[in-house]
Design a binder for this molecule. Structure first.
Ligand code: 1HN
Length: 350
């Protein structure tokens, strides 16, 4: 804002603004400080959802609309600071999806990439390009962008998972494409979990060979709980936790050792009972799931009680300190993958 101007000049400027406005012209000097802030000024608010509460609403929706009619039966976790955007942060989306026994969520593909983090139920599948991943509690399953995907539940129990997508990021770039396969289910191309044996064991089929099925940049799409939990446990029994993170492991794309997808990074952490992390902030607003245990999250100046199943979001550049009331295990995802490529990512630690 150009302050301290004589009244006369101010009046003439206002007249100039009024004359320019119909031509879609505006003075930068009136808005510069709000455009280029000294530090992030996120509209995103810290927020928390309780899984049992969302589950009840989701089951009620399940009585009223089928997965087929809904295409995807999902309750969006919209950030209270971002009304009308369907975003949980300014770049990411989160929702809880229900698929009932016998249902199919029909096959489609889109520019948005997605992760699924399994919250409830055991044994339903996501198929990616015709390869089923059998989903077990707290597994991480990816749907990289533009890959065909359908979900099906052949078990006798409802299946609920968290969907994390880069919807607001794709909207930001006006780069959204989507199409339906037409058939509900993609033809099965290989047996279930085939990619894990080809690409998930520090091996890959020789490049260009017939066995090299998956896209080279995104070969693996299933990270089972049994594996990541075991690694976290081994880490926790071998050394002291990092003061700011606890014991933390990032999920990586075996093609390049980088984040799981071009726009989204994901990790898990374990805090021993009684441990409190030192405050840390970062530019990647992060969505967390409480996988095991209970505790507290201090976000900025506000304390939030954490129970198993809670989903909570920490806005960009707000300090986070976690306390484990019992051994606490968290899953988290953020847009750090995109920010690092753009040279924007920063963090600071107390
Ligand atoms: C989508 O394709 C899925 O495939 C879930 O399960 C949520 C939200 C917006 C756009 C596409 C899915 C979605 C979505």
């Amino acid at each position: 804002m150009a302050n301290g101007l004589p009244n006369d000049a101010r009046q003439q400027l206002e007249a100039l603004y009024a004359e320019m406005q119909p031509k879609s012209l505006y003075p930068l000097w009136e808005v510069l400080a709000a455009l280029v802030t000294k530090q992030p000024q996120a509209p995103t608010q810290a927020a928390k959802w309780s899984f049992p509460e969302v589950r009840d609403y989701l089951m009620r929706a399940g009585d009223l609309i089928s997965a087929h009619d809904a295409e995807r039966r999902v309750l969006i976790l919209e950030n209270p600071g971002l009304p009308g955007t369907s975003g949980i942060t300014t770049s990411l989306y989160a929702g809880l999806q229900l698929i009932l026994p016998g249902e199919i969520a029909p096959c489609h593909r889109h520019s948005q990439c997605a992760l699924r983090f399994i919250m409830d139920g055991d044994g339903a599948f996501t198929a990616v390009d015709g390869e089923k991943a059998i989903m077990r509690p707290f597994d991480l399953v990816l749907t990289p962008n533009w890959q065909w995907h359908d979900h099906g539940n052949t078990t006798s129990r409802p299946m609920i998972w968290l969907d994390g997508l880069d919807i607001p990021t794709v909207r930001h770039f006006d780069a959204s494409f989507a199409e339906k396969l037409g058939d509900d289910v993609h033809p099965e191309t290989v047996s279930a979990d085939d990619s894990m044996t080809r690409y998930g064991r520090n091996l890959r089929p020789l490049r260009g060979s017939k066995a090299d099925r998956r896209p080279a940049h995104q070969p693996l799409f299933h990270y089972p709980y049994a594996e990541w939990r075991d690694s976290l446990a081994a880490l926790a029994s071998s050394e002291a936790p990092d003061p700011h993170l606890g014991h933390a492991l990032e999920f990586v794309n075996p093609a390049d050792g980088g984040p799981i997808m071009p726009t989204i990074a994901a990790h898990v952490r374990l805090l021993p009972q009684g441990f409190t992390t030192r405050a840390r902030r970062s530019t990647d607003a992060t969505v967390y799931v409480v996988v095991e245990g209970h505790g507290d999250a201090k976000i900025g100046d506000v304390e939030h009680k954490l129970s198993q199943g809670d989903i909570f979001v920490v806005p960009s550049w707000q300090e986070l300190s976690l306390t484990a009331g019992s051994e606490l295990v968290l899953f988290g995802y953020s847009d750090r993958a995109a920010q690092e490529k753009l040279g924007l990512y920063r963090e600071s630690k107390d």
